[in-house]
Design a protein around this ligand. Structure first.
Ligand code: UD1
Ligand code: CA
Length: 459
């Protein structure tokens, strides 16, 4: 960007009433990130001398998140005076008084806004030498948004909020995206003249447009090319719409980079997930958080993976749940109805059926029998199980952690493994089986089982 200074103000102080939620609106999740997280990722990708985030409603929750995830952001608290104009005014009071550059304003509830659009907006504003440049969009259904009112000369005259608009103004399809860039000094002056004579009794940032125009300062509008980028989220219907669109885009991008996704409609992939070439993702699969899927891996159908790593050529599912900290080695397998958590499963090792593997380390080339439980929790603390390499554990084992099974060891079916099994040993604690002759014939006479047993006996 040019030598002229740029600061970014992110609006996140509103009450988010339309979400009807105990969670602040900008903290709602979208593809594995909060709404604010999406906006902050974009804001911090720009070259600015500061990103100012305005907070008020439920500020403790948002502030804690920002301090942890975006410590360089400058948090500004809005006072009891409401409105987007007031929000910008209080942030300007924190920006150095001698700052002569431009102020980019974006909204915490417009999550798909991207770096390219903002960079283009800054460039257009500077080459157009405007006092303010507003990002606008032409929407088929503009309801809810502020409308751009242009004068007979085609120039922006003002912005009218939906609630304050006349019939004729409501028919205008060009809307205010809530993304603007202002010359800092002109903005300061205009903000000082803001009134709150409107339907909501708030100090609207949108009124700055008319104030600038009246003062002889040119205001430009840049029409966005992709309307989804300016989709604001005010309620959960809009949240779901944007989530679906973002998911479509994420799936499409992976498909174009060499991943087979059979049914993008039922596949949900978070923004931070990575997937290797020629991996296959079957329907109804959810890849969440910081999850990474290796090349040639096969996942699904109906699999949920959270904050986990699946290495090259490994197979997961159908019907598996990989919770945080699962690391499935190259060519390994986690099969049907298996749940894992904090489990490192080595190269080529398999947990094929009906098991729970929690807090475990399994070496390479081992096989865990069907129906096995890693009993990691003693009711107070969690403990780790260590299974070596090339181990064969029998079906329906319980590994009572902490426990260690050596390389090449076996355990018998039905064993409750309470003591370590050393390398090469067979571990078993199954009581001998007893069979009582003719029990069915004597105790269940007249049943089909007794009949079948009698038939065999007379042979
Ligand atoms: C706003 C615009 C509207 C535009 C739309 C685009 C105003 C008056 N209206 O309407 O023209 O079409 O965005 O999405 O600006 N906020 C504060 N402090 C406040 C009030 C709001 O920081 O006192 C923040 C909110 O947290 C939110 C953003 O500003 O991130 C926009 O506020 P919201 O109430 O959602 O405005 P809209 O009605 O969507
Ligand atoms: Ca909004």
């Amino acid at each position: 960007m040019s030598a002229k200074g740029l600061v970014c103000v992110v609006l996140a102080a509103g009450s988010g009433t339309r979400m009807v939620s105990a969670t602040p609106k900008v903290m709602h999740q979208l593809a594995g990130r909060t709404l604010l997280g999406h906006v902050m990722a974009t804001a911090t990708s720009l070259e600015t001398s500061g990103v100012y985030v305005v907070l008020r409603h439920q500020k403790e929750i948002i502030s804690e998140y920002l301090t942890k995830s975006y410590p360089a952001a400058i948090q500004v608290e809005q006072d009891e005076i409401a409105g987007t104009g007031r929000a910008v005014e209080v942030s300007l009071s924190k920006i150095p008084a001698d700052f002569k550059g431009d102020v980019l304003v974006i909204s915490g509830d417009v999550p798909l806004m991207d770096t390219q659009t903002l960079t283009d907006l800054v460039a257009a504003h500077r080459s157009g030498k405007a006092s303010a440049t507003i990002l606008t969009a032409l929407l088929e259904d503009p309801s809810g948004y502020g409308r751009i009112i242009r004068g007979s000369d085609g120039q922006v005259a003002k912005i009218v909020e939906h609630l304050d608009a006349t019939e004729a103004e409501l028919a205008i399809s060009e809307i205010n995206a809530g993304v603007y860039i202002f010359d800092a000094s002109d903005l300061r002056q205009a903000l000082s003249k803001l009134q709150s004579h409107n339907a909501q009794g708030e100090r609207y940032l949108t009124d700055v447009a008319a104030l600038l125009v009246e003062g002889g300062h040119p205001v430009m509008a840049e029409i966005v090319s992709d309307n989804w980028l300016v989709h604001g989220i005010n309620d959960r219907v809009q949240l779901a719409e944007v989530a679906k669109e973002l998911n479509n885009r994420i799936c499409k991008a992976w498909q174009l980079s060499g991943v087979t996704i059979l049914d993008p409609e039922s596949t949900w992939i978070d923004v931070q997930v990575t997937i290797g070439q020629d991996a296959t993702i079957h329907p109804s699969t959810h890849l969440r958080g910081l999850t990474s899927i290796g090349a040639n891996a096969e996942v699904g159908p109906s699999v949920v993976i959270e904050n986990s790593t699946v290495h090259e050529a490994a197979k997961v599912g159908p019907f598996a749940y990989l919770r945080a900290g699962t690391d499935l080695g190259k060519s390994g397998k986690i099969g049907s109805f298996v749940e894992t958590k904090n489990a490192k499963i080595g190269t080529g090792s398999k947990v094929p059926h009906l098991s729970y593997v929690g807090d475990a380390e399994i070496g390479e080339g081992s096989n865990i029998g069907a129906g096995t439980i890693f009993a990691n929790y003693d009711g107070v603390n969690k403990h780790t199980s260590k299974i070596g390499s090339f181990v064969r554990t029998g079906s329906q084992n319980v590994f009572v952690a902490p426990i260690t099974i050596g390389d090449g060891a076996y355990t018998a079916a039905g064993t409750v493994v309470r003591k370590d099994v050393a390398s090469g040993e067979l571990g078993m604690n199954v009581s001998p089986q007893r069979s009582i002759a003719d029990w069915v014939i004597n105790k269940r006479p007249g049943t089909t089982s007794a009949e079948a047993a009698s038939k065999n006996k007379s042979k």
